[in-house]
Design a protein around this ligand. Structure first.
Ligand code: KG4
Ligand code: ZN
Length: 345
């Protein structure tokens, strides 16, 4: 039985390392954000992300051990994100994990990043634990800069995709609108802040596919509507009405996400639902989701923000469960920009 793993996450722009045990306890999780470097370009530059991972990763591994008060003799395996993600960024984490696995004679496993997000509610530390009765099955909405998908999670490795965005991810939509409105990158958190004093009904934005019978979503129409609105108003009015603009734009995204979550909870008679991924840090979404869950008598789990955004702890937990189920990757494992067909049903 593997008690603890070292976990590495480099699929996008955050370098993260964690030490996690098989109960989900996070002994340490450390990260290096690259936001400042990418802000210069208004979005993530894949080559810069990969280069920064290669600079940050080894020192972070040392830091993760130090923070946990542990050393290599305390871990029995290595988990690493190998899909989906930016290929150059994934390579850095994967090559490092393979080299360390070989040098330290440890088994290693390539993990699907989204599985990490979906299992994040099970993580625990001194400040967070899932509700005592939290267990499979549950419905999960994974919302980030790269993904917006709804799943039914029935057990380890048993994830059914119910629907997904047909075009832009919700986080991407937040980030693009923020950029157009002059709020910088990454924009989600800035829109969230700005929206707090705004009126969500001040501007009318489209809610594409909200009444559609599927669990799919679309945010590109909203993004274009946002762009048109900003062009029509001009820079001065945009500045003046920024809180109202942000609140109205944010409300359109939250409305769509909650409508789809509500439909999924109903159709699959869910008792438990989770929100995960960077966008679940959004304060308006969290408040309205809680209100909705209370009204419907559902148990809603939103992991703390440190486990919602990209982090290695969630990768470690998914990895240790699978390693203990007998899975192991071979040294010729490659990275993949997409999930594997076998990852989901
Ligand atoms: O999961 P994540 O850290 O990385 C990806 O896998 O993409 O998600 C990042 C996304 C970004 O688009 C960011 O703007 C968004 O999450 N985000 C937010 C908030 N905090 C982060 N979006 C809306 N409101 C927030 N408070
Ligand atoms: Zn993610």
């Amino acid at each position: 039985m593997i008690e603890k793993v070292l976990a590495i996450e480099t699929s996008c722009d955050d370098t993260s390392v964690a030490i996690v045990d098989r109960s989900g306890w996070v002994h340490s999780v450390v990260a290096a954000s690259q936001d400042l470097e990418h802000e210069l370009y208004g979005g993530i530059v894949p080559e810069i992300a990969a280069r920064n991972h290669s600079i940050a990763l080894i020192p972070l591994i040392e830091e993760a051990f130090k923070k946990a008060g542990m050393s290599w003799k305390d871990v029995q395996g290595i988990a690493v994100t190998n899909r989906p993600g930016l290929i150059g960024a994934l390579i850095v984490g994967l090559v490092t994990a393979k080299s360390l696995a070989q040098a330290k004679k440890l088994p290693f496993l390539g993990v699907n990043h989204l599985e990490g997000h979906l299992l994040a509610p099970f993580l625990r530390d001194a400040q967070y634990a899932p509700p005592e009765d939290f267990d499979y099955p549950y419905v999960g909405l994974a919302i980030s800069g790269g993904h917006t998908s709804l799943y039914q999670i029935r057990g380890l490795g048993d994830y059914r995709v119910l629907g997904a965005t047909k075009d832009d991810a919700a986080g991407e939509c937040f980030d693009k609108f923020a950029k157009m409105a002059g709020l910088g990158f990454p924009g989600g958190v800035r829109i969230d802040q700005m929206a707090k004093t705004g009126n969500p009904e001040a501007f009318e934005f489209p809610r594409s596919m909200i009444h559609d019978e599927t669990f799919d979503m679309s945010f590109s129409g909203l993004k274009s509507a946002g762009q048109r609105m900003i062009e029509q108003l001009g820079p001065e009015l945009v500045q003046e009405q920024l809180p109202d603009l942000c609140a109205s734009f944010q409300e359109a995204i939250v409305d769509v996400l909650l409508a789809k979550l509500d439909r999924a909870a109903k159709v699959f008679k869910a008792k438990r639902v989770i929100l995960t991924g960077g966008v679940s840090a959004n304060s308006r979404l969290r408040a309205r989701a809680q209100e909705w869950a209370d009204k419907k008598g559902l148990s809603l789990v939103i992991p703390p923000i440190r486990y919602c955004t990209d982090n290695a702890a969630m990768i470690g937990y998914a990895g240790i469960l699978r390693l203990n189920a007998g899975e192991v990757s071979s040294l010729d494992l490659g990275p993949s920009p997409q999930a594997l067909a076998t990852d989901f049903r």
